[in-house]
Design a protein around this ligand. Structure first.
Ligand code: AMP
Ligand code: MG
Length: 346
């Protein structure tokens, strides 16, 4: 049974995991850097890269130890090679190269977004291609059709902020700390989602793209007006964001052709109100709905190891060369047109 070591270091989670071809997560460790970045209200790239460098090597040793395995027992070493904060990605990729070279185990360079895109198949063996994927995280906000391993069609992306970023900025405006998503969701549960009139950017537009910058500014103005309770602002923001997502998703589903399921991945997929709204969209389109468990939704190494397993199973699999470069930007669908105003990786 093939076992792959996965390494993730593209943002602010340092993670290592061992996953087998029969979908078992044999061992995994993850260290969040939330405390290190909290004073700044967002991820500071240099701090992130240094933290990865300190933590990764002992973490890899620990997962191998937990599983009672040696490097030479592995079928491959899979590391995130982009997109992401370049310093962090380099720490993970260079570590993987060194281990691959020392143990003569194949190296697999994984696109972090592909890790998210395939992670639902780790949790759900019945999930077949093609499926619709809503990827909503701190750095990404995309709708893709996943046709197979390495075959992705991007239908939508954000022209400004990612959805998780909008949650984090709302949290910052409301003084809720970082990372903000869970705190906004908690506060929103006590507020009135219709109390504060907020815009739904791009709602109803023909292309299924996203925009959240205007919503964020409106949240700031609502807070500064002093006219609203924070809980009402949080609830109204969350409602506006969800309205945008469901509208954009419905539009993308009309354009993508037949799929077997609607899948949501990325950190924002942990939001229960969002999940309920997405389930309703799936039901309205006659689609099965599936989301990986929250621990597989946020950045993690099991999804990177699993993407490695999926690549190993391809008939045309070839290991990555040891001089492969880390990529700060790496779109999953290279044919997708850049979107006006787009400032995002992928
Ligand atoms: P990731 O980039 O995949 O690691 O996910 C982190 C992002 O997900 C951050 O922007 C978080 O604020 C966001 N997030 C996590 N949990 C929630 C939640 N319950 N509701 C909304 N956003 C969330
Ligand atoms: Mg993260």
């Amino acid at each position: 049974m093939a076992i792959v070591l996965g390494i993730e270091s593209s943002c602010d989670e340092t993670a290592a995991a061992l996953v087998s071809a029969d979908r078992r997560i044999i061992a995994q460790r993850i260290a969040s850097q939330d405390d290190a970045h909290a004073p700044y209200g967002g991820v500071v790239p240099e701090i992130a890269a240094r933290a990865h460098a300190e933590r990764l090597a002992p973490m890899i040793a620990a997962v191998l130890d937990d599983a009672g395995l040696e490097l030479t027992d592995l079928a491959a070493i899979a590391a995130t090679a982009g997109p992401g904060l370049i310093g962090g990605v380099m720490v993970g990729l260079v570590s993987a190269k060194a281990l691959a070279m020392a143990s003569d185990v194949p190296l697999i360079a994984i696109n972090h977004l592909e890790g998210h895109a395939l992670s639902p198949r780790l949790a759900d063996p019945a999930l077949d291609f093609p499926y619709a994927l809503l990827l909503v995280s701190g750095g990404h906000c995309q709708i893709l059709r996943v046709d197979g391993v390495g075959r992705y069609r991007r239908l939508a992306t954000t022209i400004d902020d990612a959805l998780g970023e909008a949650f984090d900025k709302t949290a910052k405006i409301l003084g809720l700390g970082y990372p903000g998503g869970p705190a906004v969701e908690e506060l929103a549960a006590t507020g009135n989602p219709h109390a504060v009139p907020l815009p739904r950017p791009l709602k109803g537009s023909a292309e299924p793209h996203f925009s959240f910058a205007g919503l964020k500014s409106a949240v700031l103005r609502a807070k500064e007006s002093g006219a609203h309770a924070d809980a009402d602002i949080a609830a109204s923001f969350q409602q506006a964001a969800i309205d945008c997502v469901t509208d954009r998703l419905a539009r993308a589903l009309e354009q993508m052709g037949p799929v077997t399921a609607l899948v949501v991945a990325g950190g924002v997929a942990a939001n229960q109100v969002m999940r309920a709204a997405l389930e309703a969209v799936a039901a309205a389109h006659g689609l099965r709905f599936t989301a990986p468990p929250p621990a597989l939704c946020t950045d993690n190494a099991a999804m990177i190891a699993w993407a490695g397993i999926e690549h190993l199973a391809q008939t045309d699999f070839t290991p990555a060369p040891l001089d492969i470069a880390a990529r700060p930007r790496w779109p999953l669908d290279p044919a997708a047109e850049p979107v006006r105003g787009a400032g995002y990786k992928g």
